[in-house]
Design a protein around this ligand. Sequence first.
Ligand SMILES: [Zn+2]
Length: 304
Amino acid sequence: MLYKSRTTPRELEVYQYLNTRIKLSEIERKHLYTLRKGFEGEVQFDRLTSSIQSECLILNDLLLQQNRSTFQIDTLIIAPYTIHLFEVKNFEGDYFYDYDRLYTKIPPQSEVTNPLIQLTRSESLLRQLLQSLGCNLPIQSLIVFINPEFTLYQTPINKPFLFHSQINRFLENINTTSGKLINHHKELAEQITAQHLIDAPFFLPPSYEYDELRKGNTCENCGLFKISVAGTKCICKECGKMELSDTLIMRNVKELTKLFPDKKIDTNTIYEWLEGAIPKRTIGRSLKKHMNCNGVRQWSHYEF
Ligand SMILES: [Zn+2]
């Protein structure tokens, strides 16, 4: 049973928004690609674990702290007799393993960080956290290589790797494990979720200013500034995606608040952000409908 779902990381959201509104540097674009690919891999694994029918609690995407050390867990499954810890990697292409190091096979061969280092650290901190919560269940940790186009040459047989071709069999094993969850498991899931940190402390966004961002409507499907507004309907001239103006307005409110958390949201702010493409009256209606109004007259602004 899914106990905690995954949300798009704020860092990825910010980079995706910026990508449509300013010119990112080559390094920033590569970073966006890595973030996106990593997230896609995790979501793919979520789809697979969601098919587990046996008694277990699935906690996706945890950011925890133990002894002042922060650690991140992609997927945690609390089963009756075991805690499964998964680190998901969406590597693609040919790699090789050599003396506990991972390298890309295609020249120029470059070393990538061995995910086992992160897994060992996470497992150790998780064990300490579980002990502090009075839980002594054994932890089984695995690196999941989710991408079917990934090959790792010279893999030692004893490493805790789960390759794409093995994932279904492994999950089937969990699925056929008998045993029942008791209150202790549920309390544990509750305590771990309560300790989840909302925002990554090490998230360093690129520097950007409001004035340098391109304003206007972007299409939610193709990301281009090619939306034409006709009454309550907004249609993308590039891909044909139709969106109601109410949805588009609220999507932009979300985007603006993610990019500028301190910015006060009112009709004029959104009108300016959308470059006047949608009438103020329509914007005001949407803000009133979905948000709470604080303040009076010209000092009024909206909050969720
Ligand atoms: Zn489009």
